[in-house]
Design a protein around this ligand. Structure first.
Ligand code: ADP
Ligand code: MG
Length: 319
């Protein structure tokens, strides 16, 4: 259905790849997985008003719908290759499609990712993207494997997207710092290169989509460990610190979603080398705590005062 819309998407996302034997246009795509590689696959759905605010620009929706999926591949240490796009639209809005495809393609081209097919239907604005990537057998990063004594690190800065969402809700745009935080919300950077660099060294890895505590909680649960987090070490951008007071920005950094940074654990002896590698990649990595016995995450501040909550259900936070 809607062949002209599909053609518009295909034109804008065109990407030559030898491993795409047959792309958009037939009943299924035909893809050649490189010999000796495992396929890492992930899918994420974004619904207007739930996963992005109503009024978000079409190009930003296109970028973000791919970015959140590439972030999942990053967390596995996989190299992106292909994507499928299931698009549900209220109407055949050509301008929306063109801008959506342009935002999607900006990010896709950066990774030579080919859009190889999808589905187009009518209904409330909903975008599902599935991505496929390669990883050498046995080399994928997973949520299991965090060991007692390992350091806990995160890439980039935390809480920016939550700050950006607050600003959008309050119509607080206009200055450079607000724009920066809103950009972090609408155009997250998937940490693909960081994920690849961590492949030989991280014991566990996850991307932060639901907030640091929730996602570190998944590592703890699956690895059968607990964690101590030092609230004073949480990396926060100068924009976040300037626009929100300390307690609010700390809560955003601990519990805010949508940052799409990586949270990972490494044996202490590898911390310095990992930090040097990720500094070269531009995102950096900050040590925020360590893995301990137990099944809870404890958050402490400078004075060692406990601000903790359990790994399941971070339902209140008072600094
Ligand atoms: P079918 O009915 O056989 O599933 P469709 O008419 O849904 O075929 O799709 C025709 C072709 O266009 C297929 O190759 C499909 O993968 C592709 N396609 C449909 N929608 C999209 C989309 N939103 N993005 C990319 N490719 C799409
Ligand atoms: Mg179809």
């Amino acid at each position: 259905m809607e062949f002209s819309l599909i053609d518009r998407i295909r034109e804008r996302t065109a990407q030559g790849r030898d491993d795409v034997r047959l792309g958009i246009g037939d009943d299924a795509a035909l893809l050649a997985v490189p010999p000796g590689q495992e396929l890492a696959v992930a899918i994420d759905t974004m619904i207007e008003g739930v996963h992005f605010p109503r009024g978000t620009a079409a190009a930003d929706i296109g970028w973000k719908s791919l970015a959140v999926n590439l972030s999942d591949l990053a967390a596995m240490g996989a190299t992106p290759a292909w994507a499928l796009l299931a698009l549900t639209l209220q109407n055949a809005d050509v301008e929306f499609i063109d801008n959506f495809a342009t935002g999607f393609a900006q990010l896709a081209k950066a990774y030579r990712l080919a859009l190889v097919g999808g589905d187009t239907t009518r209904g409330a604005l909903t975008v599902s993207v599935a991505v496929h990537g390669f990883v050498p057998p046995g080399k994928a990063l997973t949520r299991a494997g965090a060991q007692i004594g390992d350091a806990v690190l995160v890439t980039g800065t935390l809480g920016d997207a939550a700050g950006g969402l607050r600003l959008v809700q309050q119509n607080g745009r206009g200055d450079a710092q607000s724009d920066y935080l809103i950009e972090r919300l609408n155009r997250p950077t998937p940490r693909i290169a960081a994920g690849l660099a961590l492949r030989e060294r991280a014991s566990a890895c996850i991307d932060i989509s639901d907030g640091l505590l929730a996602d570190l909680g998944h590592i703890c649960e699956i690895s059968g460990v607990g964690a101590d987090v030092d609230a004073d070490l949480l990396p926060r951008s100068s924009a976040l610190l300037d626009l929100f007071d300390d307690a609010v920005s700390r809560e955003f950094a601990l519990s805010g979603g949508d940052d799409y940074e990586l949270c990972f654990t490494v044996p202490m002896r590898h911390v310095a080398a990992v930090q040097a590698d990720l500094a070269k990649l531009g995102c950096g990595a900050t040590r925020i705590g360590r893995i301990v016995e137990g099944d809870r995450i404890h958050v402490r501040d400078r004075d060692g005062q406990r601000l903790e909550q359990s790994r399941k259900g971070w339902d209140h936070f008072s600094a």
